[in-house]
Design a protein around this ligand. Structure first.
Ligand SMILES: [Zn+2]
Length: 372
């Protein structure tokens, strides 16, 4: 696994270990869900557990056909090439040295899976094009996941746009960047051990605790407190005047502390972990789209029937995220609430301290130090 240097050098993560993060949309779970499975065993048992978890959280994959691998569909090849081109242009403007993180990707199509940018494609993959390897499909076609499917490094495992919540090519590219950010999180030295040290698994070795942790979402008083905190956050973000913004941000910090103080210690750790991991992944997805406003796609990408312009997509996504946050209730959204909420905290931090990201990996699993 890569060791990040420079600003992330002082990370408090310990020794490097495998872990995986995934997002499984369109399953029996309500919306895009991102899960992270960490097993305590070695890579082989770990991988078994990861696949088991996928199969219980997503529709079962079709039985693996024995047919020879198909060729990569031309539109998929164009999108994947565009992803790497786009990532190269924007990633280090958002997270320093992000480009040092390997970005292997497995595209899941109806019959075939295509692997690219992987340092050592497993033997069941056959080369079908330059840096593309294929095998019969194993994973669900609607998968959105990042995990070391073949051992480290973590692999983005994703379906074609029409089969995922992204639906079309341009949103899909930024979902892939969201997953690529999980690769950056996973690549931090000691990510696995640090997650284990949270002590939240309570005997679960499948990683499902990350979805199923019994956070008190339904607590009415907590729900009201969350709604108030959410509204204070939105009010601060809406304020253009610097002095008024500073006052609202100070109010937000105080309310945030009060809100977190009423949580049991493990509940607080869990919520902080989710905000750090998924909220900031969503934030990264939005700011990457904004950073790509001036991006000029290749002619082949622009000619795709479902390609939409980059110029305004980031702005639209920010507005949609904040609009969604307005209506988020803890009792109904449950864990999914952390996506727009944590994303909005990232927006707030950008205004409070443009250098906040320098400390993100030094403070794993909590944004608390930035709100002191
Ligand atoms: Zn995610």
């Amino acid at each position: 696994m890569p060791t990040l240097r420079g600003r992330q050098k002082g990370a408090t993560f310990g020794k490097s270990s495998p872990s995986w993060i995934g997002c499984v949309p369109g399953t029996r779970l309500p919306r895009i869900l991102c899960i992270m499975t960490i097993l305590l065993d070695g890579p082989i048992a770990f991988l078994r557990g990861a696949i088991l978890t996928l199969l219980v959280t997503a529709p079962l994959a079709a039985q693996t056909p024995a047919a020879a691998p198909a060729q990569l569909p031309a539109d998929d090849a164009i999108r994947i090439r565009e992803f790497y081109r786009l990532a190269a242009e924007v990633q280090d403007r958002i997270w320093p040295l992000w480009s040092a993180t390997p970005a292997p990707l497995l595209l899941v199509t109806s019959e075939t899976e295509f692997l690219t940018h992987h340092p050592a494609p497993p033997p069941d993959f056959k080369k079908v094009a330059e840096d593309f390897y294929a095998r019969p499909r194993h994973f669900p076609t609607n998968l959105l996941a990042t995990f070391p499917a073949f051992g480290p490094p973590s692999v983005i495992v994703i379906g074609e746009p029409a089969n995922t919540d992204a639906k079309t090519s341009t949103p899909w590219l930024f979902v892939v960047l969201h997953e690529h950010f999980h690769q950056l999180q996973n690549a931090q030295p000691g990510n696995f051990k640090a997650t284990e040290d949270l002590g939240l698994a309570r005997g679960d070795t499948s990683g499902m605790w990350m979805l199923n942790y019994p956070f008190p979402y339904g607590d009415a008083a907590l729900g009201r407190a969350f709604a108030h905190l959410r509204d204070t956050l939105l009010a601060a973000l809406r304020e253009p005047d610097a002095a008024k913004f500073a006052a609202l941000a100070a109010e937000y910090k105080a309310e945030r502390k009060q809100f977190l103080a009423q949580l049991a210690p493990d509940d607080r750790k869990y919520l902080s972990f989710q905000i750090w991991q998924e909220g900031i992944a969503r934030y990264t997805q939005v700011v990457a789209a904004e950073a790509a406003a001036g991006y000029r796609p290749t002619a082949e990408y622009a000619a795709l029937p479902d390609a939409s312009p980059f110029a305004t997509y980031g702005q639209e996504m920010r507005a949609q995220t904040l609009e969604a946050l307005k209506h988020v209730e803890l009792a109904t959204a449950q864990r999914v609430a952390v996506y727009p909420f944590g994303c909005a905290e990232g927006f707030l931090l950008d205004r409070l301290d443009p250098k906040w990201k320098d400390g993100y990996f030094r403070h794993p699993f909590t944004l608390d130090p930035f709100f002191e």
